[in-house]
Design a protein around this ligand. Sequence first.
Ligand code: TZP
Ligand code: MG
Length: 214
Amino acid sequence: MIDRLHYISQEGAHGENHVQMIERACKARVSWVQLRIKEASEAYILEQAEQAAEICKKYGAKLIINDHPHIAMQVKADGVHLGQQDADPLEARRLLGDDFIIGGTANTWEHVEGLIKKGVNYIGLGPFRFTATKEKLSPILGLEGYEQIIKRMRLLPLQVPVIAIGGLSLEDVPSLRSLGVHGVAVASLINKSEEPTNIIKKLKIALNEEFENS
Ligand code: TZP
Ligand code: MG
């Protein structure tokens, strides 16, 4: 099952590292965590991934590793998320097996088609709008971009969940959902918030995901 709320790790506004931010998000009851560390050594990413795996296990959250299938395998994560410049999803599938979650990033219809042919379990489609979180941002899709791509996806024999990403705020959820988007992936909205529990709760309600805390 692909969750509707994907939390993406990022360093915190007060110098917290990824693991610290992941623990904070898990305490606030995210159930899907993507460890996304850029510009760091593989050794550092592995070390953070090992700690993230322990935390996610403790809180019962799924852990997805961005960019690094071998690290995902080593720490027994639940999945890996691959961009267009990363490992081929077919290779990752061979390495990780059928039970592993493999997600892929798409910015165009061609990307979507390619990823579906390669058997990904979900597609991170974006960016929705500008965000400073990602460098070398692909062209912004906006609601029209999503609408066009999702309409074409509906005609395919195999339906793959779409996760919207890029500069998302709470208010974007209803319109994206009504287009047929399965869920949303957010980084700064949660990581830069002083009240992540509240934001996560509101996102889950907007996404019709259960909030088990209350
Ligand atoms: N891919 C497209 S936009 C983005 C990624 C990883 C960053 C999303 O972060 P934010 O802070 O939610 O815009
Ligand atoms: Mg990548």
